[in-house]
Design a protein around this ligand. Structure first.
Ligand code: SF4
Length: 225
């Protein structure tokens, strides 16, 4: 027999997937299969509005869709393409260094394991896991502020550390919760759901499919739209 928490986890995953199927947003990198372009999109998305990235991504991925193309391009040219996104000098430098490393150490291919991905300059744990998940469909935890907020609210999780995203509680919890199938759709669902429904301020509980079992809602019934 399943425990209450197992049932709640299953409900959570299936409702996020169902919600995403109906309400998911379209972005060009979400249908991308090329691991390098997925890595490129993750670098562009850092600290940047997805809608802004969506405008420039098609052109950037066409011009710079492989490590060799970036290596063979002047940094000034790269900066010019990246300018509309801001942080363009930093991003251009990271892309240059990353592309050179991938070409020299991995023969131009994007590794399929965390340790090698983390060796690439400019690639941290979140980006590495995003590549493993979105390019290679690996069941890895992809923890960001959105996921933490939803887990805290829905499951009433209480982090122990001041830096929540390093808290082993979340890593263990999300490891036990992520689905074995549809991993991409689950994380894209979390991103869109956190943007449209379980927003940082004024969550739209009245429109939320998780409301029946949401701990936060039970504790704060005054939040209604
Ligand atoms: Fe977030 Fe409200 Fe839904 Fe709970 S019921 S998950 S707080 S939007």
């Amino acid at each position: 027999m399943k425990s209450k928490i197992e049932e709640k986890r299953e409900f959570f995953v299936s409702e996020i997937l169902r919600w995403y199927e109906k309400n998911g947003e379209f972005y060009p990198w979400r249908t991308e299969k090329d691991p390098f372009k997925i890595l490129l999109s993750e670098i562009l998305l850092r600290k940047t509005d997805r809608k802004k990235v969506a405008v420039v991504y098609p052109k950037i991925s066409e011009y710079f869709g492989s490590p060799i193309k970036i290596v063979n391009t002047d940094i000034e040219k790269l900066e010019e393409f990246l300018k509309p996104l801001g942080l363009y000098k930093e991003r251009a430098r990271q892309l240059k260094q990353g592309a050179e490393f991938i070409l020299n150490k991995f023969d131009g291919r994007i590794p399929e394991n965390l340790n090698d991905l983390l060796k690439i300059p400019g690639v941290g744990k979140y980006t590495a896991n995003a590549v493993l998940c979105f390019a290679y469909k690996k069941n890895v935890p992809l923890i960001d502020a959105n996921l933490i907020r939803i887990l805290k609210r829905f499951f009433n999780l209480t982090p122990n550390k001041s830096r929540e995203r390093d808290d082993p509680i979340f890593w263990k919890f999300i490891n036990d919760t992520i689905p074995t199938d549809n991993i991409k759709e689950f994380y894209y669902g979390i991103l869109d759901f956190s943007n449209q429904i379980c927003r940082p301020k004024n969550p739209k509980c009245a429109e939320c499919p998780l409301i029946t079992f949401c701990s936060y809602y039970k504790m704060h019934r005054k939040f209604r739209d």
